[in-house]
Ligand binder design. Structure first.
Ligand code: ACM
Ligand code: ZN
Length: 387
């Protein structure tokens, strides 16, 4: 998305009294932030040879060389713009999974640098299938950062060291989600690490599950030493939480509940209430990530009880608040982002700032009519337009 639109988006956030912008900067399909020590992250990792058309496996490949990234100067400009509007920007650098773009740039980060990126036969890839690739479709991929090699941690500490000064926030998100253990199981370096650390598997989980915890704990130590608090998706519960980690609960509420019970702070963002990449009505008129499998109407967002009732009063204190996620893999333009965001963002705001007992959708919906008029005056491409 263009820098100018990111600023507009921050205006929208501020106008709805939301106070954080979580910026997902790296993934399998592109690395989106300049790192001066590792120029290939953006020379190579920010670009892909094409994109599948439509939802996976797609009807073909658009064959377009696609990419881009934010320079550190642009990042600073955006962070300052947000700060003026009382919005704090939290960066996310994904590890150990969702690492295909980084690995395409620096194959040594993989357990198997010489092995071509696995792309299943169904995926209509444009260009060569040889060597490491930036992914052209969406999903979960096996080629993750190697947890055995010291060079992986050297790289990640260097990257984090360049990213931290750009973001005054005390929070730093390390991803942690959807990281398959298939390569770690076969990798001699990862297996040596498991042996050295005397990590044992048990009836419930193999040793590699606990290696995820080692990975995150090691990064937490580095972040804490630099005055930052680690946030991770709820998979960071795997193998035991890092001592000060904040959990972002996305696969339902369970991860958040488990973390709060262990006296860890939690941000709630369960898929069933908070994924704004899901369409807003049952049969939507455009391609979305959920593609008619799920839908998230504004009524559902408004019905969200952010603080799980099963928690005790003291545990409830650990729930920091709600977040919604707007993943843009099926949003090719700012207009589409607005279409997915509005008016659900209004419901998100009230869910965050009002008491559940005081919320009544009919009453909210009455007030929403005036808000829609504001959106129209702003020229926002909201969902209700032309409905
Ligand atoms: C996620 O949606 N994979 C955090
Ligand atoms: Zn490995």
């Amino acid at each position: 998305m263009p820098v100018e639109f990111i600023k507009k988006y921050i205006d929208y956030i501020a106008l709805h009294k939301l106070n954080f912008f979580h910026w997902h900067l790296t993934d399998d399909q592109g690395w989106r932030i300049e790192i001066k020590k590792y120029p290939k992250l953006t020379d190579v990792g920010a670009w892909r040879n094409g994109t599948i058309i439509g939802p996976y496996p797609g009807t073909g490949n658009d064959g377009l060389h696609y990419g881009g990234y934010y320079t550190q100067e642009q990042v600073k400009e955006i962070v300052a713009y947000a700060a003026k509007r009382h919005v704090e920007v939290i960066p996310e650098i994904e590890m150990p999974g969702h690492a295909s773009a980084a690995i395409a740039a620096y194959p040594y980060l993989s357990c198997f640098p010489g092995q071509s990126t696995f792309v299943d036969a169904k995926t209509p890839l444009n260009g060569s299938r040889e060597g490491k690739q930036v992914q052209q479709t969406w999903g979960v991929f096996d080629d993750v950062f190697c947890a055995g090699k010291e060079s992986t941690f050297g790289f990640l500490e260097d990257v984090v060291s360049e990213v931290m000064p750009l973001f005054p926030s005390k929070y730093f998100h390390v991803g942690g989600d959807e990281s398959p253990k298939k390569h770690w199981e076969k990798c001699p370096n990862c297996q040596r690490r498991i042996k050295d650390l005397k990590i044992k598997g048990d009836k419930k989980h193999p040793a590699e599950h606990y290696l995820q915890s080692y990975f995150i704990q090691r990064m937490e130590k580095f972040l804490n030493k630099n005055g930052k608090s680690l946030i991770g998706w709820d998979e960071i519960l795997e193998g035991g939480l890092a001592p000060n980690a904040i959990v972002m609960s996305w696969r339902g509420e369970e991860g958040g509940i488990a973390a709060a019970k262990e006296n860890h702070f939690v941000i709630m963002t369960p898929g069933s209430y908070a994924y704004f990449d899901h369409q807003q009505e049952k049969h939507d008129d455009s391609v979305t990530f959920s593609n008619n499998r799920w839908y998230l109407p504004i009524e559902k967002v408004y019905s969200w009880k952010v603080v799980p009732q099963v928690l005790s009063a003291s545990q409830k204190h650990f729930i920091m608040g709600p977040q919604a996620n707007l993943w843009t893999e099926q949003m090719k333009s700012p207009a589409k982002v607005e279409y997915m965001l509005f008016p659900r963002i209004a419901a998100l705001s009230e869910v965050g700032w009002t008491q559940q007992a005081n919320r009544d959708f009919a009453e909210f919906n009455n007030r929403l009519q005036m808000q829609i008029k504001r959106y129209d005056l702003w020229g926002v491409n909201h969902f209700y337009k032309n409905k």
